[in-house]
Design a protein around this ligand. Structure first.
Ligand SMILES: N[C@@H](CCC(=O)N[C@@H](CS)C(=O)NCC(=O)O)C(=O)O
Length: 214
């Protein structure tokens, strides 16, 4: 395996892992997937902490570099492959602006899903996070009014990053109902070659992915 091959460390239940996986799948690029068993706490073991100080997934290894934080991974992939970049310099900055907002706002969708599915919390905690999560979905719905994509005229890392973390919304009791622009955008994403939902895309075991031939 060459240093030039992209290697992604992630987990099949992780929206943060899904984001770069989706980028790679939509791009049809070959890559290696290495599973990190979050349930067994592999992310907190020394071997993983050596590649991700935060004890989390994802991690991208490429050409001797280690890239962590899903939105930084998306930024790296867009820069190095040229895929899903904005067309103009302003668009490229705007895409990264969306990713920064995503990390503030759509994270609340991930939290509500996490507390619904993996961990019981005091109802007051949910009362705090649910309106923030619903508000983030409303914001995206409004931003997409009259447009196909968040930035410019084509899909960028802004769309992949925002969709990628909200994808599990149903597991947190949230939905696209009453959010027509969000639903149409999701439909557009799902129509793209290489698109797959997380449980269909992220393997439970290490796997080698070949380049997609159209
Ligand atoms: N801000 C980070 C968040 C990463 C994150 O929360 N990863 C979760 C899975 S989605 C994780 O590794 N959780 C295990 C843990 O924190 O112990 C990113 O975007 O990469």
């Amino acid at each position: 395996m060459t240093d030039d091959r992209l290697t992604l460390y992630g987990s099949f239940t992780s929206s943060s892992s899904y984001k770069p996986m989706l980028f790679l799948s939509l791009s049809g690029l070959p890559f290696s997937f290495r599973t990190v068993n979050l349930k067994k706490g592999a992310q907190k073991e020394a071997a993983h902490l050596a590649i991700n100080r935060y004890g989390q997934v994802p991690v991208l290894a490429h050409r001797g570099l280690l890239i962590v934080q899903s939105n930084v991974v998306l930024d790296y992939l867009a820069r190095t492959t040229g895929r899903f970049e904005g067309r103009t310099e302003q668009d490229r900055w705007r895409a990264r602006e969306w990713l920064s907002w995503e990390n503030d706002a759509i994270t609340n969708v991930a939290k509500v899903r996490h507390y619904s599915r993996f961990r019981q919390v005091d109802p007051a905690v949910m009362d705090y996070f649910r309106p923030l999560a619903e508000g983030a979905l409303d914001f995206i719905d409004k931003a997409l009014e009259g447009r196909d994509w968040l930035v410019g005229e084509s899909c960028t890392i802004a769309d992949i990053g925002c969709w990628g973390r909200m994808v599990f919304m149903a597991e947190g009791g949230m939905s696209m109902d009453g959010r027509p622009n969000l639903r149409n955008w999701a439909t557009r994403l799902q129509a793209m070659a290489g698109f797959a939902l997380p449980y269909d895309l992220i393997p439970k075991r290490d796997q080698e992915f070949s380049a997609r031939t159209e």
